[in-house]
Design a protein around this ligand. Sequence first.
Ligand code: HMG
Length: 417
Amino acid sequence: MNQRVGIEALAVAVPERFLSLEDLAIARGVEPAKFTAGLGGREMAVADPGEDSVALAATAVAKLLKSYAIDPNRVGMLVVGTETGVDHSKAVASYVQGLLGLPRAMRTYDTQHACYGGTAALMAASDWIAAGHAHGKAAIVVCADIARYGLRTAGEPTQGAGAVALLVSDKPDLFELDRGICGMASSHVFDFWRPLGSREAVVDGHYSINCYLEALGDAYAGYRKLALEREIVRHSEQLPSEQLSRIAYHVPFCKMAKKAHLHLRKCELKARLGRELTAEEQTAEDRAAAIAFETQVAPTLALAARIGNTYTGSLYLGLASLLHTQGASLAGKRIGMFSYGSGNSSEFFSGVVGAHASAAIAKAELDQLLASRRRVTMEEYEQVMEMNAATPPQAQPRPGTFRFVGVTDHRRRYVAG
Ligand code: HMG
């Protein structure tokens, strides 16, 4: 059965506040260029305790249903990929189902493996549909996280928060997955983790970059082999990676996507030559890689530069950025996707942009979403970071959004705006 499966609709939710990375650098006594040019960011989202993963996930799903006029009765599965859930047992998906009043005849659960959790959810949902088990229904996949490292840490400029909700179905108007063509790489490493009870992640920053790159090389090798066998890329003058119109990478900070693309090309060239590059070849490659990055990868980074790391949502913000800015010219073109979750688990896969993706993504109103945020001072940012996670400030949620308002009898309470 040649079943089409992929992303039919996409919506994004972000916290109301953001901080300029230049303001952060000045306050920390760091040259601003380190955060802007060195890490590649401009702003990062700042979530207060009322904007937890449930609130962001529910807001993104509410937006998805409303903006794309989706009948909730079409939905038979709701999976939330998150590494910053709110309970050891009760799923974020269960809160979202209740807050949105979604149908009872539905499979709901969360998936967790650091930033890979969203991709795990997407793969589970697409397999469910492709296997013929959905009986015409669609799945909602939500990637929702608060990326938090703490004040005055090396990770501080790489924080962020947000949620991306995807409608996954057999009408992939935005992005049709190349089913069965993917490469995986996983290993047990301590590059980044968050022990039970800890609000902040523990991270071995430079080691985590190496783990990411090593996983990318291995996952891409697996993908490339299958992609060549299935002839979606070919042996030719062009590298197989150059035959992908664009590549979206997991983006913990924007510069990481550049490191990733350079590394991927290096692995590919090494595999082709069967040896390391000579100094002369390396100089030529440096030039070619810089051009390839600007064309193939830079257009995926617009939202990450303004929102920061969204963990599970990061890769899908990359896809949203791309469709938002270049959706019309990319119709029918193939996009590579690399998902990385620390700890670690990773996957390289691809898909094809839908004929009407540009019109469809316009419904996500991404420019309006960014414009509706409020820039905070360093003083307000630090106040928000120091708030008690269990006692959120009592603010009225904006129309169409949800907020966590406190705990009664061990039960978390949320209100809708
Ligand atoms: P650091 O040690 O403070 O920064 O932390 P640095 O010294 O490495 O500098 C960063 C870059 O700025 C360097 O560029 C410098 O040269 C440059 P590079 O050499 O790497 O290309 N630089 C400047 N550029 C211009 N003007 C200047 C200047 N000064 C320096 N004046 C680090 C950086 C990323 C390690 C830190 O922020 C961190 O620990 N972040 C969190 C961990 C992380 O993001 N890891 C990424 C891979 S793991 C991953 O992606 C998974 C994750 O998303 C979690 C999950 O899966 O759930 C994190």
